[in-house]
Design a protein around this ligand. Sequence first.
Ligand SMILES: C[S@@+](CC[C@H](N)C(=O)[O-])C[C@H]1O[C@@H](n2cnc3c(N)ncnc32)[C@H](O)[C@@H]1O
Length: 214
Amino acid sequence: MRLRKEHGVKEKLEEYKDLVVFLEESKKMKFEGLFNNDNPIKAEFGIGKGRFIIEMAKRNPDINYIGIELRDQVLLKAVKKADDEKIANVKFLVANIENITDIFEENSLDGLYLNFSDPWPKKRHFKRRLTYREFISKYNVILKEDSWIRFKTDNISLFQFTLNELAELRVIMKEISLDVHEDDGFVDNIMTEYEEKFSKKGNKIMSVTFMPHR
Ligand SMILES: C[S@@+](CC[C@H](N)C(=O)[O-])C[C@H]1O[C@@H](n2cnc3c(N)ncnc32)[C@H](O)[C@@H]1O
């Protein structure tokens, strides 16, 4: 997603105090008072313009959601959408997933979504893929026991890489789909922005749901 660098994005994000979390340096995210309830908290990493997480929040008012995105300019689009639609059970944070164990406490999340993560096709960049084993090990730390991660992509190489990482880590997998849009198990599927773009080109959408290793 190419965007011309916009100035003052941080200041614009600061206008949405109810929706955007700003962490103090070297402080982790505090859940007390964040949503004013004890409902489960699920996250999406790399939300892009936020269509998925906002729709999840609308469909599941008894679950809280946290959307994380590296690029503040992109996140601002998601924040504006959530503000327009007056969604109360979603919060947003600008962060690099590399630092995720500095952001969340151990055993704090109830589920995680990774949608159309950047494929990093060059072999020498494989450690940047969000399903590289070191990332999965970090997710293991911050997720509560028995919680699931769902990964979706149209990228065959990234899907294969991910399955191999999961096999290497001996994680428990369930619900592997090679064609989410034709699969009965995915009737409630929410199309992300990238999913719409790539499925229009005729690409099949694949998914795996797994529990990180313990
Ligand atoms: C290909 S886009 C997919 C966006 C959205 N999930 C969708 O399916 O439409 C990947 C997104 O992940 C973000 N991203 C990539 N690496 C990241 C990282 N290390 N930390 C946080 N976000 C990241 C990118 O900025 C981009 O917005």
